[in-house]
Design a protein around this ligand. Structure first.
Ligand code: ZN
Length: 63
């Protein structure tokens, strides 16, 4: 479990794991995290990973 999202760990991925984030529309960003968006699994950037995680936690604590 070390540096799975950096360097050699991602060079064999499509465009080194970079693309456009479906959540924040940032281009040329590394999409390293699988998240469910609108019921569909997509790869999102680490910023969205944290944002979505926080949203989930907030929704859970509000229940
Ligand atoms: Zn994003």
């Amino acid at each position: 479990m070390s540096k799975n999202h950096r360097g050699k760990g991602i060079v064999d991925q499509y465009r080194h794991g970079r693309g456009t984030c479906p959540n924040c529309n940032n281009t040329g960003i590394k999409l390293m995290y699988e998240k469910e968006l609108n019921g569909k699994k997509s790869m999102v950037c680490k910023i969205c990973n944290v944002t979505l995680k926080k949203k989930e936690a907030a929704a859970k604590s509000a229940e």
